[in-house]
Ligand binder design. Sequence first.
Ligand SMILES: C[S@@+](CC[C@H](N)C(=O)[O-])C[C@H]1O[C@@H](n2cnc3c(N)ncnc32)[C@H](O)[C@@H]1O
Length: 230
Amino acid sequence: MNNYKIYNIDCVHGSKEQIPEESVDLIIADPPFNLAFGGTTQTKTGKPRFSITQNDNLEFKEYMRFTLKWLNEAYRILKKRRHIYVFIDWRMYAYLSLWMKRAGFIIKNLIVWDKQHIGLGHHYRFQHEFLIFAVKSKDKNRRTKCRSTSDIWRIPKISNHKLTHPYEKPVELMDKIIINSTEESELVVDFFAGCGTVLSACINNNRDCIAFEIDSYFYDLMKRKFPELE
Ligand SMILES: C[S@@+](CC[C@H](N)C(=O)[O-])C[C@H]1O[C@@H](n2cnc3c(N)ncnc32)[C@H](O)[C@@H]1O
C-alpha cells in the first residue's frame, strides 16, 4: 500500500514541516517560469481561460530569491546520490542552471522535451521545453534505469482544450522520469503540483508521493481527482 499526500501550502514551508533531511528518493519540480503566462486557451469572451499562476510574475530579484529558497530546501531533503529533474524553458534556463549549481546540485544533462506540436512564438514557433537532470553528490550516483534512452523525449503535449491547468504536463513524461529514477515504494516529492501529474504517475507506478500546491483551486481539483489521497 503506497502513501500519497498533498498539502495546500507553500512548498518550502510545507517541506520544512513535513520532510526530514535526506529522506527523499526523487524530486520533480515544474516551477513557475516567471513568464506571467495564463495559458493560450481562450474563453468565448476572448479572455485567457486561466489566470496567471502564483509566483509567475515576480521582479527578477524576487524570483531569484524564491527559486534559491526552494532549491536549497530540495537539496536538504534529497538523499545523497539521488536525482532531481527541473522543468524550465529556454528563456530562464541560463539562470536556473546557475542557481541549481549554487544550491549544490551537479547538473548531468539537459533533456529536451519535444512536445510534437508547435506553440506560440514569432521567430520560429516553440515546440520544446527543457528538463534539467541533476544529482546531489559527486560520487557513485545512482544510474538511470534505461541506459538506451536519449536526452530527447518525444511526447505529445496535452491539447489546449483538454488542459485543466495552464502548465499541465502529460503523465507519460512523469512516468518516464519515475520509472528511470526510482524503485517501487520509493518516495517522490513534487514541489509544484499543479493539477497532480506527478501524483498520477506515482499512483500508476506504485511510488509514494508528497506534493505541494499553493493555489487552493488546484488543490481542491486534485482532492476531487484522486480518491487515493489521505
Ligand atoms: C508550472 S505549474 C505545475 C504544473 C504541473 N506540473 C502539472 O502538470 O499540472 C506550477 C504550479 O506551482 C504552484 N506554485 C507556485 N508557487 C508555489 C509555492 N511556493 N509552493 C507550492 N506551489 C506553488 C502554482 O500555483 C502552479 O500550480
